[in-house]
Ligand binder design. Sequence first.
Ligand code: DC
Length: 224
Amino acid sequence: MENKVFSIAIDGPAGAGKSTVAKGVAARLGIVYVDTGAMYRAIGLKTVRLGIPSDDAEKVCPILDGTEVTIGFIEGVQHVFLDGEDVSGLIRTQEVSNAASKVSAIPEVRYKMVELQQKLAKNTSLIMDGRDIGTHVLPNAEYKFFVTASPEQRTSRRYRELKAKGQLNGMTFNELLLEMVERDKRDSGRECMPLKKAADAILIDTTYMTIEESIDSVIRYIGG
Ligand code: DC
């Protein structure tokens, strides 16, 4: 595996632990981790800032040509830039999560992001997480995983994360669960490149797993 460029695709719903697992695997294998959700979040943030409805293709598409989303790595950590501004610290709010889910259903947004993602994977060994990586972005990835967990478990992880960051904004667990279920429905129900397990992806259910156990199970499959 040392000299050959290879890719690992990790897909799954929000809060399943994809990014934590992917980061851990990247660190153990010494490869790059790419979080594709951050790119959709950057576009979502732009629509919020402009005050345009994130699900309105007629309003979103015209801004795409003048929008630049890039990613860079600072000390091995991914940063996402929106029109040259580092917005990494601004894209994790509930408002931007929902906006990202909405803009990501617009095909033109996806084509633009997928092109960028495929370019990144060309010359670098990486682990990339998202919703459509194994099915569309990197259909020939050497390894594919679909990481999931029960909606309650995923909500409880997101709840703790938002609480720790002081970003709950008065939201209750049940409200968060409802938003999570709605986001899942939108992500897997959209026509263009929906959230879907690739036929050749290995399913990992992290409901009852610790982070270390989840990382171990991916590493075991890869044989690293
Ligand atoms: O992984 P995340 O929660 O940061 O992603 C934010 C939204 O972006 C998510 O609701 C769906 C969308 N997304 C997508 O459609 N395709 C991807 N490859 C990654 C994210």
